[in-house]
Ligand binder design. Sequence first.
Ligand code: C2E
Ligand code: MG
Ligand code: MG
Ligand code: MG
Length: 281
Amino acid sequence: RAKSDGRKAFRFYSADMTEQARERLAIETALRHALTRGELWLAFQPRHDLVSGRLVGAEVLVRWEHPTQGLLLPGRFIAVAESTGQIEQIGAWVLDEACRQLKRWEQAGIPEIGLAVNVSGRQVLQGNLIETVQAALERTGCRPDRLELEITEGFLIRGPEASRVILERIRDMGVRIAIDDFGTGYSSLSYLKQFPIGTIKIDRSFVRDITLDPNDQAIVTAIVALGRSLGLRVVAEGVETPEQMAFLGECGCHEAQGFLYSKPLNVREFLGYCKRPGDRG
Ligand code: C2E
Ligand code: MG
Ligand code: MG
Ligand code: MG
């Protein structure tokens, strides 16, 4: 009996794998045309200063208007693009487009906005990120100090020495480097010292229960204190309630983003958000 159950389980498992493989292949194939057909677009999620309440910038989040499946979030295609290498082309486009927007906004009289762009570890370790960033800045004429690159700590561990050299070159151009999803990876604290980090972003998983869970409170308070004492900017992600915002403000976190302020917006909506009369603070 146990045997036949086992066989059944195995059959389900392999059918599942086939389904997954088919889905990956379909994504990979469609993704090849996504850029040339203009199916990718950028969403902007507002980031606010926790002391003044002011809008200080946004995180850039890529979106894919799939021809048959409709709007796809990065969770559906970024991992595939990373494994095929397509992320290098996509990432370069995202950077270029973000810099173009920054320049446009500067010219439109809203120069105080900064943009944070997610960068895959593959772009750092296998792509030519230095040249890509340099080219985007030169092509668009946007100010490097308006641009931040978010990278997750997991990738740094795969090639710490190579990453450090590359990220230092980028930092030297005046672009800020942020550690994304801080606390969820290997979190070797020596990295904060080793890499040219300017910002840490506290992962949403620590923020979610921050008003209820003493462990999360302790972790977030410690991350903020650590970041502040190292002279880093500390940003909380996934802030959904005024209570979470208040706790973060009290423990000295600098900035926050999340549904409390706004969901990610398309460029037109984001411009409206920038110009709205009641900018908090
Ligand atoms: P992330 O960098 O940690 O981005 C934050 C994610 O949390 C976004 O999901 C955002 O929509 C979501 N979020 C923001 N505020 C809240 C909130 O208050 N509550 C909840 N529940 N969620 C919130 P999204 O847009 O689906 O992006 C997922 C991930 O995909 C990002 O995580 C990032 O790692 C990756 N990603 C997005 N755009 C790019 C890109 O251009 N390049 C690369 N390499 N990765 C990207
Ligand atoms: Mg991010
Ligand atoms: Mg994040
Ligand atoms: Mg996260």
